[in-house]
Design a protein around this ligand. Structure first.
Ligand code: SF4
Length: 322
């Protein structure tokens, strides 16, 4: 049982802080459970059925965000899915979030529509994008469940030219795309952007499965060290990633939920398309947000947090946005 402390803060009533001094600062919003890809680590090849996602209007999402803000000030909102770029009112939502005083609005996307949307989203106020790109080789990319390879490749440059802060996320699976680690790193170096390699997070159909697909942080560092030398950088508080600087100056990261868990200072809260909040990715039980009882909901959400490490979840990433 993760017990709570109540602490007076400078401008709100009382923020919700647990005994590990964790509080909510970053909100991840799943805008839709629909997706136009079928990534191996998210969708089982046996069940490719895509459910229709319910649509939530920007003003409803803003209402939920503002009820959360009244209880705990937010530093950042990250838009996720499914695939958030399929959400038809994306520019309007981003504009409203910025007008509501959210300092940083980012998006995690498969990049399939970014080459056409980047300019409009940046103009609406989007600050950053994390593009999921799991291979440089087109065949490997398709094997990982990716589509629209050329569009995704061109979206990297388009997003940079639109002035967005761009990062690449690459989930590495054993004997599937672990031969892409160096090509992906070199692609990021060519674009002068940061790439983060992710250890597999056993969610949805992979929950409870053996670690056959896991490529650990040490494995990834070993593969990179065979060609490049690098030094570890200090970890930023509440960061999911550990970063390393290559001798040439480029930086890469590893999100090692298995090897280097990051629960102890986790400040993330999640919101789904039905208005449920989740204090932890390892807990598939959503807590309904009722604007009169938002504080109660956030206290329950904080109690969901793991103490030590991610323990997996039967809930698919597409409903809670990873
Ligand atoms: S498992 Fe839960 S507590 Fe740990 S980092 Fe993920 S969301 Fe935070």
């Amino acid at each position: 049982m993760n017990s709570l402390l109540e602490r007076k803060t400078d401008h709100t009533d009382t923020a919700i802080v647990d005994i590990h001094n964790r509080t909510f600062k970053k909100l991840r919003i799943s805008l839709t459970s629909a997706c136009n890809f079928s990534c191996k680590y998210c969708v089982s090849s046996k069940n490719m059925k895509v459910e229709r996602s319910n649509y939530v209007a920007p003003q409803q999402i803003l209402h939920w965000v503002q009820s959360i803000q009244r209880v705990t000030p937010l530093d950042a909102v990250r838009l996720t899915g499914g695939e958030p770029s399929l959400y038809r009112d994306l520019p309007e939502l981003i504009k409203r979030l910025k007008e509501a005083g959210i300092p940083q609005v980012g998006m995690t996307t498969n990049g399939s529509l970014l080459n056409v949307q980047a300019g409009q989203l940046a103009a609406a106020g989007l600050d950053s994008v994390n593009i999921s790109l799991d291979a440089v080789n087109e065949q490997e990319y398709k094997r990982m469940g990716g589509r629209r390879y050329q569009q995704v490749q061109s979206s990297l440059q388009t997003a940079l030219e639109a002035g967005l802060n761009v990062k690449i996320n690459a989930t590495i699976l054993q004997n599937i795309n672990d031969n892409q680690i160096i090509p992906l790193l070199e692609l990021a170096m060519r674009h002068n952007i940061i790439i983060r390699f992710l250890e597999l997070m056993p969610m949805g159909y992979l929950f409870g499965s053996k670690d056959e697909l896991l490529v650990s942080a040490d494995d990834i560092l070993k593969i990179i060290s065979n060609k490049y030398s690098f030094t570890a950088l200090p970890r930023e508080k509440s960061s999911t990633s550990n970063y390393y600087k290559l001798s040439g100056g480029s930086v890469f990261g590893i999100i090692g939920n298995h090897s280097t868990p990051f629960c102890r200072d986790c400040d993330r809260l999640r919101l789904d398309t039905k208005g449920n909040v989740y204090g932890c990715l390892s807990n598939e039980k959503g807590i309904a947000l009722d604007s009169d009882k938002t504080r109660d909901a956030l206290q329950l959400a904080m109690e969901q947090k793991q103490i030590d490490r991610f323990s997996g979840s039967s809930l698919s990433m597409r409903y809670i946005g990873g």
